[in-house]
Design a protein around this ligand. Structure first.
Ligand SMILES: [Zn+2]
Length: 312
């Protein structure tokens, strides 16, 4: 098996190497990728990040072929139903932010493109739906009205701008989040919206399950944002933040609980493959509803950004 090479890095937001160790000897409970990892906090800007991480060459070794984001569209049964509910909830939020249907949509890190295909059916008037993801290999395919391109967004060239750009559960995975957002900003049409969803380091469940929190996912997650650090990132890319909203996701509690169970009882199954996983998400739903809608705390947050008006 190929070996993962690790490097120690400075803060991906401000570049400072003044780092305090927050969690060390972290293992990958979910996908059992080799190695122990360290989360540090930047002494300058306060961002939490993976300070000991795989080097760029080793990064593909951190994703199993059956990584869950690549199989969303193939899920059936109760899991498939839960994915459809998540897509409908996302689409309703986008309809509220965008004051109507966008003309064109780019999803960066689209996985297997399941959400874009859902949007193609729901938003019949959209002219262009484009998805990019390194997990799609090097292919370009047109599926159900959606163009899917394999490759790294940072290395891709685009001919046109987009009125809606989506980054769902992507920014925490990338080596240099600021350069991704700066490039996305150049592709945002005047008056367009950039939507970023990431795990929220301030979530209650991160404090309850410090080493088994769903949002941790070392070594695939490399930056851990709070609402404050996410807004700072947007402003460093010269974009305007229109708001940061809590996102309802009962999966956070159930995955964290399954991670803890698998690690504590040394179970052979992967946490998301435990027989009771989907049922647990349903049981967690009312408790997470109180957390999100009653108290405004959530495991995932969504930031809405646009171009600075002075530049339009
Ligand atoms: Zn920093």
């Amino acid at each position: 098996m190929d070996k993962i090479h690790k490097v120690t890095v400075g803060c991906p937001l401000c570049g400072s190497s003044n780092t305090m160790v927050v969690l060390k000897d972290l293992i990958d409970v979910e996908d059992r990728i080799e190695g122990c990892y360290t989360v540090g906090q930047c002494g300058e800007c306060g961002l939490h990040y993976l300070s000991t991480r795989p080097d760029v060459v080793s990064l593909p070794l951190c994703y199993r072929r059956d990584y869950h984001a690549q199989a969303m569209g193939r899920r059936g049964g109760l899991r498939g139903f839960l994915y459809q509910q998540r897509f409908a909830y996302r689409a309703r939020r986008l309809e509220r932010y965008g004051h109507g249907m966008p003309e064109s949509v780019l999803e960066i890190g689209c996985g297997d493109g399941a959400f874009l295909r859902y949007l193609a059916k729901r938003w019949r008037s959209v002219k262009r739906l484009v998805g990019v993801d390194p997990g799609l290999g090097t292919s370009v395919t047109d599926v159900d009205g959606v163009r899917l391109s394999g490759g790294h967004f940072e290395a891709m060239a685009f001919m046109d701008q987009f009125s809606l750009i989506l980054l769902y559960d992507v920014l925490e995975h990338v080596y240099e989040p600021l350069s991704v957002i700066r490039k996305a900003a150049t592709l945002l049409a005047p008056g367009g919206r950039l939507i970023i969803q990431v795990p929220n380091w301030d979530s209650w469940w991160r404090k309850v399950f410090p080493r088994h929190w769903e949002g941790l996912q070392v070594p695939r997650h490399m930056s851990f944002f709070t609402p404050g650090s996410l807004q700072r990132l947007i402003e460093m890319a010269d974009l305007k933040c229109y708001g940061i909203l809590p996102v309802y996701d009962p999966g956070e509690l159930s995955v964290s609980l399954c991670n803890w169970s698998v690690d504590h009882w040394r179970l052979k199954s992967r946490p998301r493959e435990l027989p009771g996983f989907a049922g647990l998400a349903l049981l967690a739903a009312p408790l997470v509803a109180i957390q999100v809608f009653g108290c405004g705390n959530a495991g995932e947050m969504e930031l809405v950004a646009g171009n600075n008006e002075k530049k339009q």
